[in-house]
Design a protein around this ligand. Sequence first.
Ligand SMILES: [Ca+2]
Ligand SMILES: [Ca+2]
Length: 221
Amino acid sequence: MGKDLLTAKPRVETSKGSGSTTTTAPQATQSNAALQEQLSTAKKTGAISGPMGRVYIRISGSPDAPGFDRSQLHNYLDNTLQFAKGEWFRGTKLDGVTDKLMQQLDKDGDGMVSWAEFKAFEAQTLSTVAPGATDAASARTSAGTQFDKFDKSGDGSLNYGELAAGTQAALPPGTEHGDLIAQLAARIALDAIDTDQRQTAVKDRNLSKSEWTTAAGEMAH
Ligand SMILES: [Ca+2]
Ligand SMILES: [Ca+2]
């Protein structure tokens, strides 16, 4: 699974995507300048790909979506990550977490989190999975070292508890609500990086070392 996304030539995919959106739109009044602008943004941002690209598509519902809004994020946290099943995130707590995340992700404050904005989150995730990575090769190497550090039980697989503990330890000292951030990050990592347990609840999945290092390489790409 996810292989289809990975094998697609990303950049071509993006321009094709915007092209088909334009043709199906009732009034295609997009100016040349606007199209140029879109293309250059796509180039700068890179295509929607890799583990965080898959998460972005799960939240927004489509690779062609301009972004996702608060209610789509809330829905993802509640139903896909199943936060409401944890003791911390019920009801207003889940609303609060969603608001905080929206605030952090929606840099231009237009109410939508675009792929460009979500990329900042990808960079943060990569720095936890593979600290100091500069390219795909160094990301895979660093991720391997980080995996061994996180895998406290030494069974060659990372579970939710190991991920949350490892993430919390990797946060800058004094980070507020570090335990919540780590729980959120661990769930997102399990959903993003796991490739063979999509039918299993996110919290009950495990990551193998090859899933982990492959994901790091894709994110650094
Ligand atoms: Ca935005
Ligand atoms: Ca383990």
